[in-house]
Design a protein around this ligand. Structure first.
Ligand SMILES: [Zn+2]
Length: 464
């Protein structure tokens, strides 16, 4: 046993903290719509190995059954024997191999099936003749208990295919094979990966951080123009917050022929250091337009501050196998909407749009408190977009009221910006999600203005 342990230490390596590095290998076979994922780890008793497949991700506010596209799940023992994965009661697989130690689990993901079955075009990975585009959380699972461990990821594809990842964007793409060191499963799931010659990459010059545009398009598209708009958004947010927390950033967009007329396109998703967007061909950016609407980029890039780097309970650490309850979606979305339009884009008339959204909401939405509506939106934000619209509208109008109060009480010396910087700083110091009851005191302290009155107005008399 001792010899075996020694060999495994050599094979798998230990970090200075004694935490094992988990090895992920993702292999794409050219001319197929499948990828294979193998996860190698220090031997564990077979009955203790649970392979979890994400059913949601921070910010998606939805439940997506990615497990439906996972096939040929196999656990491999230290002796080389194989055990078939058995589907559990939730989004996980177990392995029956009594008395055996497992050191690998592997599975296949059918990307064609995923794209066909998920009607939200932005929720699926894609496979084309010369392109594979992968959303981390749609293809990577984890062994329960190892989600906090560092990961070494290796991607393998055809020798001539360039590989790109939002984890470490570069113009100098390796071909055929590439490796990445990743902090933990959350970062792996948060990243995107493109393989193939039809993935186009552009680095935007003169940006405050390395800023990239990654595009797959089935029609003509102008990467420089997308980059120009991205840089405008980034500089606007930098001017507002006074700093940029991302080490680098990638705007990753796809413009594709709709898979069917039931498929939905046009939604974006935020990630720590990137945003993703899948649109139909009509949405492709082709030429310089000084009046181009950049609200979508500002908003999703703005999420790199809030909530990605300051967030309430449920958002992170994230319960991957469910769509966890999140109480603060109105803050995540509404505060970002407010600063994007009122400040970065200087369009204060947007407030009328928020008020209209609230007026037009059905009663079952109007009757809910901020917190109740957020809990409902945790899994159904866009499924019934009246819920989503009401959440960001209420959050934005609350932000506006806070902003007016802070400016009034400080004679314009402080604003909502100081409240948001207070939240960001608090997270930086405390390294955890804030509790619901902590939000108002953090903002009051950061601004020196008692915001309890405004807070209570928006939370009704019952303050749930
Ligand atoms: Zn958003």
């Amino acid at each position: 046993m001792k010899i075996l342990c020694f060999i495994y230490t050599l094979l798998f390596g230990l970090t200075v903290h004694g935490q094992q590095t988990v090895r992920y290998t993702l292999t794409h076979t050219p001319n197929s719509n499948n990828i294979e994922v193998a996860i190698n780890f220090e031997p564990m008793k077979a009955e203790e190995v649970y392979l979890i497949v994400p059913r949601s991700a921070p910010g998606t506010y939805s439940l997506t059954n990615y497990m439906a596209f996972v096939e040929q799940v196999v656990g491999t023992s230290t002796k080389g024997t194989m055990a078939k994965g058995t589907i559990g009661d939730g989004s996980f697989f177990t392995f029956e191999a009594e008395g055996e130690l497992l050191s690998q689990v592997s599975y296949r993901v059918d990307l064609e099936k995923m794209e066909t079955q998920l009607l939200d075009g932005g929720a699926s990975s894609k496979s084309r003749t010369n392109y594979v585009g992968l959303l981390g959380y749609s293809v990577f699972g984890f062994v329960e208990g190892l989600e906090g461990n560092p990961i070494e990821l290796t991607l393998k594809t055809a020798p001539s295919w360039p590989i790109f990842s939002t984890l470490a964007p570069t113009m100098d793409r390796p071909k055929g094979s590439a490796s990445f060191q990743v902090g933990n499963f959350g970062a792996l799931a948060d990243g995107q990966y493109t393989l193939g010659e039809d993935s186009q990459i552009y680095q935007v010059p003169n940006a405050p951080i390395p800023l990239f545009v990654a595009i797959y398009s089935e029609t003509e598209v102008n990467l420089e123009e997308i980059g120009r708009r991205g840089l405008l958004a980034l500089n606007g947010l930098k001017d507002f917050y006074g700093y940029v927390p991302m080490p680098h950033y990638t705007i990753y967009e796809e413009f594709i022929n709709p898979k069917s007329d039931r498929h939905d396109y046009g939604f974006s998703m935020e990630h720590l250091n990137s945003m993703t967007y899948t649109g139909d061909l009509s949405r492709a950016v082709t030429s310089y337009d000084p009046k181009a609407h950049i609200g979508g980029i500002v908003h999703h890039m703005g999420h790199s501050w809030i909530p990605l780097r300051s967030y309430g309970t449920g958002y992170r650490p994230f319960a991957w196998q469910v769509a966890p309850l999140i109480e603060t979606i109105w803050l995540n979305e509404g505060f970002t909407w407010y600063i994007s339009y009122a400040y970065v884009l200087e369009r204060p008339s947007i407030l009328n749009f928020y008020r209209r959204n609230m007026d037009e909401a059905p009663n079952f939405i109007k009757e809910k408190s901020l917190k109740e509506l957020s809990l409902l939106g945790s899994s159904q934000y866009a499924a019934d977009f009246r819920i989503g619209k009401n959440l960001f509208s209420r959050g934005a109008l609350l932000a506006h009221d806070l902003d007016m109060e802070i400016q009034k009480e400080t004679n314009g010396q402080k604003s909502i910006k100081d409240a948001l910087l207070g939240l960001l700083q608090w997270t930086e110091t405390n390294q955890r999600a804030f509790e619901y009851e902590e939000i108002e005191p953090i903002m009051s302290k950061a601004t020196g203005v008692d915001l309890h009155g405004i807070w209570a107005q928006w939370h009704g008399s019952k303050f749930d």
